[in-house]
Design a protein. Structure first.
Length: 121
């Protein structure tokens, strides 16, 4: 019995560490409007991933860096937006991204041509 438990323990640990559900792929406007604030705006609305002095999604460091050729400045200080797809977990009730697995910057034209998206202001 003890050998069975010792054999099963690593398998159980892997199962416990695995995400509860499959990651979602969300694409839309990737916005950094002000210091410390980040969200993705897709056809379902805004999904916050970081709020200054508040929440921060696990794996936030996995979010992609902006491509300055595919970037719109909102203010002279450099804050703005681009277009991206992110692989994430979400909390639909709170409208937050809770974990970021990976992401990819897309051409601005991809979001501009998507009629379901509202361009950030």
């Amino acid at each position: 019995m003890r050998n069975l438990l010792l054999t099963a323990a690593p398998i159980l640990m892997l199962i416990a560490a695995a995400p509860a559900g499959a990651a979602e792929n969300r694409c839309g406007w990737y916005v950094n409007p002000t210091p410390g604030n980040w969200y993705l705006s897709d056809s379902e609305g805004d999904w916050w991933m970081r709020s200054q002095g508040g929440m921060e999604a696990e794996g936030f460091d996995n979010a992609p860096d902006f491509d300055m050729k595919q970037y719109v400045k909102l203010q002279p200080n450099g804050y703005g937006y681009g277009c991206a797809c992110l692989s994430v977990d979400t909390d639909k009730a709170e409208r937050n991204i809770t974990r970021i697995y990976s992401g990819k910057i897309l051409p601005l034209s991809r979001c501009r041509n998507d009629k379901a998206l509202q361009q950030p202001k």
